[in-house]
Design a protein around this ligand. Sequence first.
Ligand SMILES: C[S@@+](CC[C@H](N)C(=O)[O-])C[C@H]1O[C@@H](n2cnc3c(N)ncnc32)[C@H](O)[C@@H]1O
Length: 189
Amino acid sequence: MGFHTFDPDQADRLEDVSRYRWCSNEELFTYLAPSPDDEVADLGSGTGFYTDFVADHVETVYAVDVQAEMHERYAENGIPKNVETVTAPIDELPLDDDALDSAFTTMTYHEFSGPAAIAEIGRVLRPGGRLVVIDWAREGYGTDGPPLESRHDLGHAISALSEGGFVVDRAESRTETFVCVARNESDRR
Ligand SMILES: C[S@@+](CC[C@H](N)C(=O)[O-])C[C@H]1O[C@@H](n2cnc3c(N)ncnc32)[C@H](O)[C@@H]1O
């Protein structure tokens, strides 16, 4: 399976509102641009720090995390009725083909970035469905987030997603994070 995990004992760090300087709800929402009836997944949802805001604006959010402890921590905050927690690795999602209109992943891509996970995202996203990846950038300062050697750069995401059948519509590297917005054109059908 091959993934790193965030220490659940450190989960409170994910609830620190100063994290919005690296990715705000507003910008995530702008990149995702969902419709009210959309089915969306938050891939590596942790404590649900970004899940709730998106859930306010769509039909369903599947909060996917490989660690049940993270969902337990999320439940302490109160999980919205239209959020379904899914305990699974991203490369083995218990979702039907084409189940999702879009998906997003914040600060987690470096933990699952292999071809199996990208193929699995391509399977559960409908054709043309949008994937928003926001993660720590390798060329960042490294003062927040994981050490630089654990991170990927934007080029990694562009190559991996392109090889996995996605078309990258937007790609930006910032001071400490990168954004990659891609469309599912995977040829698995
Ligand atoms: C750094 S935290 C970020 C959580 C959340 N996205 C946020 O920004 O607040 C990464 C989360 O992804 C989960 N995770 C890591 N690898 C995963 C994988 N392969 N499949 C599913 N979840 C994974 C971890 O358990 C952890 O909760």
